[in-house]
Design a protein around this ligand. Structure first.
Ligand code: F6P
Length: 323
């Protein structure tokens, strides 16, 4: 490998910057040249590519978002878009690509690398959703969960002061990882997860029984829950618990921002470092991940086709501990 391009794509996640820093500096250490691509695959097509060195990534460990910017790009799915991107990389002598993002990013990377196998590809799991097979944790998940916990603690104060029932919607797309861990951390009375069907009748029964013994109740609704969003769920429950004052909060994009936690800074550094080392060792079409506190490579194909599984023990425990 003589020149690596790095990009971030899809939803930004805290920890992407520490990862970019690690990629650039590990490459520099190994005398491999580096370029950065702005706005993900869009920048590849539009030739928004610039030379990077160790100083290009100074003082970014603490920054949320991504200094490379990010985008979702439909054009990269077309053969013409991929060809333009390939030519832009080739004319600069780039022979390897590190892509930091989620499943949409990896789908694009794999298709591109199959079309142009001389372009080595290494994926880094970067998404607050924590929904990728092949890594116990994805970049940004820890920070986002801590942000949700901070918000939930504040909501608990006011919920308790007013004896209210709150429905809080959290992100995660089709995954309930943020909802589950934040719920356990804050003692949520109920957690509605896409991975687990909760009948509205059961939720109503549990809210009623909580009302009899607790002053406030917090129900976390993962955005991918099949009963709908927090407003829908609140609407269905409200009619049955008339004496409870019901409020809804949608945490939204604040969950994506903020300075990365120490965990995400270390994870980003570790994954970025390993991604470059894997490319140097001749690996391609793989994703670096953390499994059981060890760095492991997973074929991108597998990361995309195998389902990430929410921990059954955590789901069971959260129900028991909230009685
Ligand atoms: O994948 C990260 C994520 O924040 C999801 O949790 C959420 O469903 C989605 O992105 C929101 O996407 P956008 O920022 O494009 O609205």
């Amino acid at each position: 490998v003589s020149k690596i391009a790095v990009l971030t794509s899809g939803g930004d996640a805290p920890g992407m910057n520490p990862c970019i820093r690690a990629v650039v500096r590990t490459a520099m250490y190994n005398n491999v040249k580096m370029v950065g691509v702005r706005q993900g695959y869009k920048g590849l097509i539009e030739d928004d590519i610039y030379d990077m060195d160790s100083r290009s990534v100074s003082n970014i460990l603490n920054l949320g978002g991504t200094i490379l910017k990010t985008a979702r790009c439909a054009e990269f799915r077309t053969p013409e878009g991929m060809e333009t991107a390939y030519n832009n990389l080739k004319k600069r002598g780039v022979d390897a690509l590190v892509v930091i993002g989620g499943d949409g990013t990896f789908t694009g990377a794999l298709r591109f690398s199959k079309q142009y196998p001389d372009m080595a590809i290494m994926g880094v799991p970067g998404t607050i959703d924590n929904d990728l097979f092949g890594s116990d944790f994805t970049l940004g998940f820890d920070t986002a969960t801590n942000t949700v916990v901070d918000a939930l603690d504040k909501i608990r104060d006011t919920a308790d002061a007013h004896d209210r029932l709150f429905f809080i919607e959290v992100m995660g797309r089709d995954a309930g990882c943020i909802a589950l861990r934040a719920g356990i951390s804050c003692g949520a009375e109920a957690i509605m997860l896409p991975e687990k069907d909760t009948a509205i009748a059961d939720l109503i029964a549990s809210v009623k029984s909580n009302q009899a013994k607790k002053s406030s109740s917090i129900v976390i609704v993962a955005e991918g829950d099949k009963n709908g969003g927090a407003y829908d769920v609140a609407q269905k429950v409200k009619a049955e618990v008339k004496s409870y004052d019901v409020k809804v909060t949608i945490l939204g994009h604040l969950q994506r921002g903020g300075s990365p936690s120490a965990f995400d800074r270390v994870l980003g550094s570790r994954l970025g470092f390993s991604a470059v080392n894997a490319l140097i060792q001749g690996e391609t079409q793989k994703m670096v991940g953390l499994r059981g506190n060890k760095i492991e490579l997973t074929k991108i194909e597998q990361a995309l086709t195998h389902q990430f599984k929410l921990e059954d023990d955590l789901m069971l425990m959260s129900d028991i501990l909230s009685i």
